[in-house]
Design a protein around this ligand. Structure first.
Ligand SMILES: [Zn+2]
Ligand SMILES: [Zn+2]
Length: 134
């Protein structure tokens, strides 16, 4: 009966530890509530929320054109903390305009528990709502 998102404590959107492994191409986040999120850099690159990648004012962004990303474009070279709310990764092609908010990073967590909580379970849950985003 409950289909609202579960309440999340502020700790769930506060990283306790962030580790970017440039060689492995991964970003590891440990949250203050004990949860752990791992991103591969390709996934992370596709999430770039900047106006160039995502578009603005109703216009499509670069990522909306489904470009083929080069290895340089998905190579994480640096990660900068933006205030207390976001991370700004810098990429091998020099791109680094995207502020990935902690909330978005937590929302995008792809661990089994989070996927299940978002109702994206692999086996049909039978609620009938199988439509993707068009
Ligand atoms: Zn971008
Ligand atoms: Zn998770």
């Amino acid at each position: 009966m409950q289909d609202a998102a579960p309440a999340r404590s502020p700790a769930a959107e506060t990283p306790a530890r962030i580790h970017a492994d440039r060689e492995a191409g991964s970003l590891h986040i440990e949250w203050s509530d004990g949860h752990v999120t791992d991103y591969d850099t390709v996934t992370l690159r596709w999430m770039c929320p900047c106006a160039y990648c995502r578009g603005e004012a109703g216009l499509p962004g670069w990522l909306d054109t489904a470009p083929t990303l080069t290895p340089e474009q998905t190579r994480l070279t640096d990660v900068t903390l933006v205030g207390r709310y976001a991370l700004a990764p810098t990429w091998g092609d020099g791109h680094g305009l995207g502020f990935y908010t902690f909330r978005a990073l937590r929302d995008g967590c792809s661990c089994a528990a989070c996927v299940a909580a978002r109702g994206e379970a692999t086996h049909g849950a039978g609620s009938g709502n199988s439509g993707g985003r068009g």
